[in-house]
Ligand binder design. Sequence first.
Ligand SMILES: C[S@@+](CC[C@H](N)C(=O)[O-])C[C@H]1O[C@@H](n2cnc3c(N)ncnc32)[C@H](O)[C@@H]1O
Length: 294
Amino acid sequence: MKVNFLPSQPYNKPSFGTNAKTYYRNTLTNECFSKDYYSSCIPCKDSCEDDTQKTHASIINSNATWFFRSKPYDWLELCKFLNSKYKNSEPVNIYQFGCSDGSETYTIIMSLLEALHKDSEKYFPIQAYDIDPDIIEKARSKQVCCNLSDISSIDNNTQQGFSKYFSTIAKVTPTSYIASANDILKDKAVFKVKSFLEGLDDIKTKNNIIFCRNFWPYMKDEEAKECFIKMRNLEGNNLFIFGDFDYDMNFRYLYTKCGFEEIFDGVLKKNNLQATMYSDDEIRKMDYHGYFHS
Ligand SMILES: C[S@@+](CC[C@H](N)C(=O)[O-])C[C@H]1O[C@@H](n2cnc3c(N)ncnc32)[C@H](O)[C@@H]1O
């Protein structure tokens, strides 16, 4: 049976952080199935796991996320860099797309607080979006799953500040906890359900910092190209932040041909070098192949 999979369908969805599930499509039969972080396969509603699926799987979507995920390799330096670009600007709007359970949202908030102290105030609240309503419900609970590596990366980036920012409320495995965000983090983000393509229409006219990390490979090629067309047609002083999972040769080619350059680790800015840029129509016709759609 064929399944028309959309991330928002009511499949058996992830709970917290590293319990997130990854959704796969069998490239031979087009059936979908999910697989949890610890590698046990769980059938989706209309399909079941078998060896063929494991062999011929292509990834569709995953909520997997963790604290202080690279790139950038130094989040505090990133915040100082961003602040240098918006030093005399106010207000500045931070949008974060593909926020998952909020681990990355809190990473941004903690990094701004640690790097900029009082000067961080103008960047809050962050508008955090994800296409998946179930993970947004988790994010709104302000509780996240922290494994030992999350806790140590929070401590390492915040002068041992894990307990300043979070309170652990339950141990879920020998190496992971459910942690509740403390008041210092709580009101600094608003979580909403929306795709990146739709959410780009919400962007205000100037001074926007847009985190769009680690979901590009899940988008259809046509959608990725439409996103870049909208991004470069935005007015104002905008920066876009990408993740480790987003970069490959084709992706670099796509953003260059759309008129963007990387000006800091993971940060793209429109460069307006018309000579190297394709028109909107040329972008649409461009032979761009993302990771999972060949
Ligand atoms: C692999 S997780 C990455 C989470 C986080 N940004 C990080 O880097 O750790 C990808 C998230 O993006 C969401 N997502 C997938 N496609 C999206 C889209 N087109 N627009 C917005 N979010 C999307 C998924 O639901 C998932 O929660």
